[in-house]
Design a binder for this molecule. Structure first.
Ligand SMILES: [Zn+2]
Length: 156
């Protein structure tokens, strides 16, 4: 099995609802997403994937949906105010924890057809959460199937 990893840095704000600690207040992070792809075989160039293609695809998603945005739970009461002020927000059905952000990135890249096996989300230099195929084989299989059905070729 070959694996490769690509790191993408971005800034985001969030807060967790129904949480007793400091993270219940609006605050921000300089986050690092580390995307891991895996393949049993290499392409004609001897690669799992081109690092720049991963950056292009993952970076585009992160730029458009996560970077310099407030990530908030759909029931967060501050949501309507921020939207009314034109602030960039991304709404999640769940609390915007590092775990759920990693899962969002994982699912998006899987749908794009990347052979992603894990996404780590470093919220700080010492705290990391990840979402991987091993954590949810059934769901990932379904996503991969969906991606295959769409037959979107991500290698240009
Ligand atoms: Zn936080």
């Amino acid at each position: 099995m070959f694996k490769l990893k690509r790191e993408i840095t971005f800034c985001y704000g969030h807060r967790l609802i129904n949480y007793p600690g400091k993270c219940r207040n609006l605050h921000g992070h300089n986050g690092r997403a580390i995307v891991t792809l895996a393949s049993e075989q290499l392409d004609d160039l001897g690669m799992v994937a081109d690092f720049s293609d991963i950056k292009k695809i993952a970076g585009k998603y992160i730029d458009e949906h996560l970077d310099h945005r407030m990530l908030l739970h759909k029931d967060d009461p501050v949501l309507s105010y921020l939207k009314s002020q034109g602030e960039p927000v991304t709404v999640l059905d769940e609390n915007p924890t590092a775990e759920n952000i990693a899962k969002m990135i994982f699912q998006e890249l899987t749908l794009k057809g990347l052979p992603v096996v894990e996404v780590e989300l470093w919220e700080t230099d010492t705290c990391v959460a990840s979402y991987s195929t091993a954590a949810s084989d059934h769901e990932t299989t379904d996503l991969k199937k969906t991606a295959k059905e769409k037959s979107s070729s991500w290698i240009k």
